[in-house]
Write a protein that binds this ligand. Sequence first.
Ligand code: FAD
Length: 409
Amino acid sequence: MKRVVIVGAGHGGCSLASALRASGYDGEISLISDEADYPYHRPPLSKAFMSGDGSAQSEQKLLLEPESFYVEQRIDLRRNTRVRAINAPADSVILSSGDILQYDHLVLATGARARTLPIRGSELLGIEVLRSLKDARRIRRSLENSQSMVVVGGGFIGLELAATARQLGKQVTVLETAARIMERAVAPAVSEFVTRRHRDKGIAIELNACVTAFAGRDGHVTAVQGEAGEWAADLVIVGAGAIPNCELAEAAGIVCANGIVVDGQLRTSVANIFAIGDCAAYENAFAGNQRLRLESIQNANDQARVVAQVLTGNAEARFHAVPWFWSDQGEIKLQMVGLPFGSNACVVRGDPAQGRFSVFRYRDDTLVAVESINQPLEHILSRKLIASGLSPAKALLTDTMVDLKSLLN
Ligand code: FAD
C-alpha cells in the first residue's frame, strides 16, 4: 500500500488530501496538523469570525470540511501532532509523539507564521499576531473590552482587522512605516482610495510611522511608541507580514531560499518530496520568472491540485495558474489578479469617487495586473484577460462605455 504524508492541514494540505481522493488515489493519506482544531478557513478570522459572536456555530462555519469527511475519505488526520524531523534517505518523518511514519511521497504544506517585532516591550500582554483560530479567539475576547486598538502595519490582515474593529465601534489606529498602505501589493490610486475610506469611517491611519517600542504597566501594553509620537493602546495587533515555515525542510537538507524551492511540479530538491502553499518558492511566469512565494488561498489550492495530478500519474501536470487574491475591508471589496512586477503605468477605469473602479497595471504595453474595488465582474473579466495574455489598448479601458467582455475576443 502506498502512502502520502502531508505536513500541515491548512488550505494547501487539506485541499491536497481531498484532491487526491477526488483524483482516484487509493493509497493511504496521513494529514499531520500541529493545530488542535479541525482544518478551517483562515480568511474569515480577520473578518466575519472576528465580528461574530464566537459561538460554537460560528466556529463550525469555519470548517474546510465536516468532521466526518476525514473518516469517510480515509484520511488519517492527526491533530495536535507536529512533524519534528524528516529522514529523507529513509523516506520517513518523526512525529512529536515519537512515532515514525514511512511515506512514498511527502508534501510540505507548512504555511507561514506571523512576523513579530523584535523591539523593546514586545513581550507585554495585549500584543498579538493573527494567524490561527487560536489567535483569533484570543483577539476576539480582548477586542470585546478594548478601548483603543493599534494595528502595526497597513497590510491586508491589519487593515481587515482594523475595519472589523471599527465596525464594532472600537477606536482604531493603524501605523504604517511606508508612505502608503499596502504599498508592495497595490497601485497608489488603490492605497489612496482605501486610506480615505477608512479615515472617513473613523480609523486613524498614520503613514511614515516607524514603531520603535511598546510601553506597558503591570505587564500589559499601554502604548505604542514611534519616532514621531506615542499612541495609547490596550490591544496591539502586529500585522508585519509572514515568515515561511521552512526550517523542517532546511534541517533535512532540502534547498530553501525564502521558502522551500520547488519546480513547476512543486517538487523540491528531493524527488519524492513536494512543497505547496505559503511555504513554497517557485519561478513565477507572471513575475518574469522571478522566484517568489505567494500567500493566498488560490495559490495553495491550485498548487494542491497540481500535486494531486502528479501523484496520480499525470507526468505533464505543471503549475501555471493565474494569481488572484482578495481582501475584504469593511465595505471595501478589493480583488486583485496578476502580479504588478515591473509595472510602470496605471490606467484607472471608473470613478473612485463613486466607490467602484479598477486599476489596470501595465509594464510598458503589457497588462500585468488588475486591482478592482467593489467591481467583482470586472475582476472576473480581468482574470480572463490576464489568463489569455491580452493587453487592451489603454484608451479602450478608460472608456467605461467599452464593455470589458468585448476586449476578450
Ligand atoms: P496554512 O493555511 O497556514 O497551513 C499550514 C499549516 O501547517 C498550519 O496549520 C501550521 O500550523 C501547520 N504546520 C506547520 N509546521 C508544521 C509541522 N512541522 N507539523 C505539523 N503541522 C505544521 N488569503 C486570501 O487569498 N484571501 C484572504 O482574504 C486572506 N485572508 C487571510 C486572513 C488571515 C487572518 C490570514 C492569517 C491569512 C489570510 N489569507 C488570505 C492567506 C491564506 O490564509 C494563506 O495563504 C493560506 O492559508 C495558505 O495555506 P497553506 O496551506 O500554505 O498554509
